[in-house]
Design a protein around this ligand. Structure first.
Ligand code: CUA
Length: 386
């Protein structure tokens, strides 16, 4: 009995350790390795105040220790004697008022300009960011005519060397947008627009998470910022527009793709948009809940799906993308297919409350799923990677 108990405790300790190690293993949300200027400014303040606190801590600990040693009671002392009282000692009072004040003033001199600078709008393009239960949508108005030309999800794609303005919205409850390596956290609040700036001189993929509790799948509401060189970014824009043009023409031959498009029209278009396609379908009932679910126009161009919880393309243990013999990325077809079959099994959701995708496991046959996959594969070209 006793050993069983001990074993259980040991197992619990091991499980806790494993969970902690797993938390560290991805290292994807690391505010201590800032890349963007905004994140670097925040990091500087964090380190400055951190080291000042360490200095104060060491000083106070040393002083306490010295006082304990120096003023400890001697065997010859009368236990009824009080030590000398310092109430009203002007020198002491001034010292412990002036030193902390000076430290705080010093910190303020560095903090204030950064706080104001972070509130400034950048001089680059504006991208609309919308948080919803439980994924992020990003919309680009390329010609600034008030119409969004590119609407995507999970992957926020930006060019290097540009101060991007994010207009952060929420479509339901309060979320918070955080890409730790690019900037701090900014709340997404229903009925408000919060401006936020991000930039990076380094191409790369920077991961983020919703950091305001927003319901069941809050922990599964992730996003990534994909920073490309200006040339690559232009290529991405061109491919998005080309994908959009191509998606408008639905496959018509008797192919699995065409069968998939028909299934998509039956089961998917009340929530999911494919720009320009299906608009006259379903007796005008298409996209009834548009905006509730991700716009799928260029699905294949995204590195992740399901709130960036799953990779669209297969990665190895080191996180690098696996490739087919011809060099193309290996589609993560198994998880994508399973997601379409039974999404609530892969990410907690409440589809009955328009929060997350429905369970189609009783609706779609294996053949249907294969056909839908064939159609989804036609939506957009592979992602442009940094
Ligand atoms: Cu959205 Cu937490």
């Amino acid at each position: 009995m006793g050993t069983g108990f001990a074993r259980r405790w040991r197992l619990l300790a091991l499980a806790l350790l494993a969970a902690m190690a797993a938390g560290c293993a991805t290292g994807r949300l690391d505010a201590t390795k800032p890349i963007g200027q905004e994140a670097q400014d925040i990091d500087f303040l964090m380190r400055l105040s951190g080291w000042m606190a360490v200095g104060v801590g060491i000083f106070v600990a040393a002083a306490v220790f010295a006082i304990i040693v120096k003023f400890r009671a001697k065997p010859t002392d009368d236990p009824d004697d009080l030590p000398p009282q310092i109430h009203g000692n002007r020198k002491a009072e001034l010292t412990w008022t002036i030193i902390p004040t000076a430290l705080l003033v010093f910190l303020t001199i560095f903090t204030l300009p950064t706080v104001f600078a972070l509130a400034d709008e950048g001089d680059g393009r504006t991208i609309k960011v919308e948080g919803q239960q439980w994924w992020w949508q990003f919309s680009y108005d390329l010609d600034e005519d008030g119409q969004y030309d590119i609407v995507t999800a999970n992957d926020l794609v930006i060019p290097t060397g540009e101060e991007i303005n994010l207009e952060i919205h929420s479509n339901d409850v309060i979320h918070s947008f955080w890409i730790p390596q690019l900037n701090g956290k900014k709340d997404a609040v229903p009925g408000r627009i919060h401006d936020w700036r991000i930039s990076s001189d380094e191409p790369g993929i920077f991961y983020g998470e919703c950091v305001e509790f927003c319901g069941l799948s809050h922990a599964n509401m992730q996003m990534r910022t994909i920073v490309l060189t200006p040339d690559d970014f232009e290529r991405w824009v061109e491919e998005q527009l080309a994908g959009k043009a191509a998606a408008q023409a639905l496959p018509t031959e008797e192919t699995p793709e065409a069968a998939g498009a028909t299934l998509f029209e039956t089961h998917c278009i009340s929530c999911h948009v494919v720009d320009g396609a299906y608009e006259s379908a379903a007796g005008g009932n298409a996209n009834l809940l548009a905006g509730i679910a991700p716009n799928l126009t260029n699905l294949m161009s995204r590195t992740a799906f399901a709130g960036a919880l799953y990779e669209t393309y297969q990665t190895g243990p080191d996180g690098a993308y696996l490739r087919n013999p011809d060099g193309s990325l290996k589609l993560n077809i198994a998880e994508l297919r399973e997601w379409v079959r039974n999404a609530p099994d892969m990410k907690p959701a409440r589809a009955d409350n328009q929060q997350g995708m429905l369970d189609f496991s009783e609706v779609l046959t294996d053949q249907d799923l294969d056909n839908l996959m064939a159609y989804l594969k036609t939506l957009g070209s592979p992602p442009v990677l940094p």
